[in-house]
Design a binder for this molecule. Structure first.
Ligand code: ADP
Length: 638
């Protein structure tokens, strides 16, 4: 920071220049949206003041007509967007306009591909709001005075890494944003052009957006009569009624879409929306949108919610997270309640009957909206799932009441296609189920490839039984909360004893017994050799190609769950595996005839380690495994 008179210089965050450059290039074909972004901010500022003035009317200081004004100066090549809203203090200017990139910037840069068209979609997701001013301007001046404060502050920047701040005298509260247009963007200093952009993008803004209508001087009519002069005045050029209060049938798709961009600060169109007026015991209007793209900070715990709360059409707060369960945190839009008090606070909302009723209603509305989308617009639903599926998977644990409805919406990979894309629903699974099958089988592994090639799948593949393949971090957690769907229990194929029940015929069962007889006594010998590295040893018929596998005991924690707990720094109780052997496998038969107890012990350990490796991807003592294996190979080559 350097100081000259009372102007101070400040630096933006390090990636600013790069980000702005990218944005200017990406949005070049759609540059007029800068006006939408700035008008949207100005209208938000008016909303915020209106709310604060409810408890402190002095803030208006005699000027309660909140509005946004746009003017242009062709000679100076400037456009000014001016509001008499809440304004900003010096500190607020620094925190709001001095850091372009909030949480998620580093993530954002990692995602850049260098491919211009892909990157421009990303920039939309990132939401650069105010900075879109630099698409058309090479110098931006912000003059602002916070309501209730004496002094104002001027922020100025060319968008190239630094900005200046200066204390100023400013008449009236609020914010003026002055865009000094780039050489080739002079077209935006034209009144008609500005008017048409506002009509296109900002008609639904509830604050009046005004432009100055020049006076018409007195003139003479055809018959020589005098036509009186019309004085110049500020006139509203938008409809300025709250969109959600209008009748559904009167609102066009485009209006809904534009409104979405305003409330969500997203530049993409929404995937779907629902507009409802609820009457009766609790009265409210909800306008809820499902975005097309996940924001960068979807996984950030401190992430703000996308719901605005209005009370009787007065904006009350952003980020009203109380109205949506966490697994639906991607929903954006607004709620307008008739029952809540205007001075409602977050604390009041937390434990409030009205909140609960609205939350319940909105949750089921979103779930229904998704169900309808899944049924009627499968492609859209797939887009939705790819973006937000991981979050939806938190649903069964969080929302027991709607578990069945959420389960219907889940999508999985499965052995039906063996493809990584998650596009199999539980309903489809059940439809394909064999008549004799009485459970929904699934496997959870560290990666899709590990799930797909799990040795536990062998018998299922052989019998043509579909198994759901899961490998997302949240899967194990989700499955611990999902016990059944459509009266069919879920069953992990890596857990407990495998009883394929009616799916095994008598003949197979007999053959299996025979094969076990052949290697009788082996189980006891291995138990002795492995000692307490295993919980139990037994034969299995779930394998066809592999000699052995490990399974978790029915009530023990699975190895995925252990890993999950360890990854969040929690101590997980160590659960010893059950070691299962395939009595029909050559290696197992070979082990049975091994007389040398030392070698027998080594073989048993190697088989166990192999099975652990296939299951967990790591071993506690990899060097020990390698030494034993090498020794056995040497013995064989003798
Ligand atoms: P967003 O609106 O998505 O938060 P922006 O970059 O558009 O991001 O704006 C950053 C912040 O700057 C806003 O959240 C708001 O606090 C502040 N701001 C922008 N324009 C105005 C304005 N006209 N009046 C008051 N505050 C504003």
């Amino acid at each position: 920071m350097s100081e000259e008179k009372n102007i101070t210089k400040h630096e933006f965050g390090s990636d600013t220049g790069r980000l702005l450059n990218l944005m200017i290039h990406s949005l070049y074909s759609n540059k007029e949206i800068f006006l939408r972004e700035l008008v949207s901010n100005a209208s938000d500022a008016a909303d915020k003041l209106r709310f604060l003035a409810l408890s402190n009317g002095d803030l208006y200081q005699g000027d309660a007509d909140l509005r946004v004004r746009i003017s242009a100066d062709k000679d100076a090549k400037t456009v000014t967007i001016s509001d008499n809203g809440i304004g900003m203090t010096r500190d607020e200017v620094i925190s709001s306009l001095g850091t372009i990139a909030k949480s998620g910037t580093a993530e954002f840069f990692k995602n850049l591909t260098g491919d211009q068209s892909k990157d421009s979609q990303l920039i939309g997701q990132f939401g650069v709001g105010f900075y879109s001013a630099f698409i058309v301007a090479d110098l931006v001046t912000v003059r602002t005075r916070k309501a209730g404060e004496e002094k104002g502050v001027e922020w100025q920047s060319q968008g190239e890494g630094e900005y200046t701040l200066e204390e100023i005298e400013k008449e009236g509260r609020g914010t003026d944003i002055i865009l000094h247009l780039r050489e080739d963007e002079a077209e935006f200093a034209d009144d008609w052009r500005l008017r048409s952009i506002v009509t296109k993008y900002s008609d639904h803004i509830s604050t009046p957006v005004q432009m100055y209508k020049e006076e018409v001087p007195e003139s003479e009519g055809e018959d020589g009569e005098k036509i009186p002069a019309v004085p110049g005045e500020w006139e509203s050029i938008n409809r300025a009624t709250a969109l959600w209060t209008r009748d559904k049938s009167e609102i066009s798709e485009d209006e809904y879409k534009e409104f979405y961009k305003h409330v969500s600060h997203d530049w993409e169109e929404p995937l779907s929306w629902g507009h409802n007026k609820v009457e009766g015991k609790t009265e409210y209007t909800s306008l809820l949108y499902i975005p097309k793209k996940a924001p960068f900070d979807l996984w950030n715990r401190e992430r703000q919610s996308g719901l605005k709360l209005y009370v009787q059409r007065v904006f009350v707060m952003d980020d009203a997270e109380q109205f949506m369960p966490s697994y639906l945190r991607f929903v954006k839009g607004l709620l307008d309640s008739n029952d809540l008090p205007l001075n409602v606070s977050r604390e009041i909302l937390q434990d409030n009957k009205v909140t609960q009723a609205i939350r319940k209603g909105c949750t089921s509305r979103i779930l229904k909206m998704l169900e309808r989308m899944a049924k009627n617009k499968a492609d859209d639903y797939q887009t939705f799932w790819n973006e937000f599926g991981q979050v939806m998977k938190e649903g069964p644990a969080e929302d027991a009441t709607n578990k069945e409805a959420i389960a219907k919406l889940l999508r999985f990979s499965s052995t039906h296609t063996d493809e990584e894309a998650q596009n199999v629903s539980l309903e489809q699974y059940i439809e394909r189920m064999n008549e004799e099958q009485d459970a929904i089988y699934y496997v959870v592994a560290d990666s899709f490839t590990a799930a797909k090639s799990s040795p536990h799948l062998e018998i299922f593949r052989k019998k043509g039984i579909e198994v759901l393949l899961m490998s997302d971090r949240v899967d194990e957690w989700m499955m611990s909360h999902l016990t059944e769907f459509s009266e069919k229990p879920f069953k992990s194929i890596t857990r407990g004893d495998l009883d394929l029940g009616n799916l095994d015929d008598e003949e197979t069962k007999k053959a299996q017994e025979e094969s076990e007889k052949e290697v009788e006594g082996l189980v006891e010998r291995i138990k002795t050799a492995l000692g307490d590295s295993v919980k139990d040893v037994r034969f299995t018929h779930r394998l066809t190609d592999s000699p052995a596998c490990v399974v978790a005991d029915e009530n023990d924690m699975s190895s995925q769950m252990q890993k999950l707990m360890e990854s969040v720094g929690q101590a997980a109780p160590e659960a010893k595996p059950i070691f299962e052997l395939n009595p029909e496998h050559q290696l197992v038969k070979h082990l049975n005839v091994e007389q040398d107890e030392d070698k027998f012990g080594q073989w048993s350990h190697v088989l166990l380690d192999q099975a652990l490796l296939a299951e967990r991807g790591t071993l506690k003592d990899p060097a020990g495994f390698v030494t034993r294996l090498n020794k056995l190979m040497l013995d064989m080559s003798k």
